[in-house]
Design a protein around this ligand. Structure first.
Ligand code: ATP
Length: 152
């Protein structure tokens, strides 16, 4: 069994998330998140930022690690066990164009509309996590506002 490892980003702007459309090994077109392999001398975080920039044209900022996802696939009769470290990212700044060699399309999707677009169960799980994080953050902020209002 071969092992493989990549790093990627779930990029948020407000309540929209950045998706890429790629062709899988069976040439099926799939919406997912940008990711790729670590290059020599890079950390996983740096690789994730570079892959997001190369695949989407957006420079971003890492907010925090999000999740490490594992899956298996077979290629030429060989089973590959892959792990991907995902980071939550924000502050996207357009600095270039998507890489046409790998990426068929790039789009923003409202978090509420990703269910019909995303294919992999782990991608749906990532969206659930992001929604939880946003709800905790917003819940925290509104709770703070409520308690500030009640200060004498
Ligand atoms: P990278 O983008 O890291 O360079 P890659 O293009 O070499 O990766 P993957 O995107 O890992 O390869 O795809 C390899 C196989 O795994 C494909 O058949 C793809 O459909 C499948 N795959 C990709 N992501 C997932 C996932 N999150 N869950 C299950 N299978 C996946």
């Amino acid at each position: 069994m071969t092992r493989d490892f990549s790093c990627g980003g779930v990029v948020l702007e407000g309540r929209s998330v950045l998706l890429v459309r790629v062709a899988n090994f069976k040439n099926k077109k799939i919406w997912t998140f940008p990711k790729g392999h670590i290059e020599e001398g890079e950390t996983c975080r740096q690789a994730a930022l570079r892959e997001v920039r190369e695949e989407t044209g957006y420079n971003c900022r890492v907010v925090s690690p999000l999740l490490r996802v594992g899956y298996r696939y077979a290629i030429a009769g060989e089973v590959v066990r892959k792990e991907v470290q995902w980071y939550l990212m924000d502050h996207p700044v357009r600095v270039g164009k998507p890489d046409p060699a790998e990426i068929l399309e790039v789009r923003w999707a409202a978090l509420e509309n990703t269910a019909s677009l995303l294919h992999y169960p782990s991608d749906h799980h990532l969206i659930d996590l992001v929604r939880e994080i946003l709800e905790t953050k917003n819940g925290g902020a509104s709770a703070r506002r409520r308690s500030e209002k009640h200060q004498p």
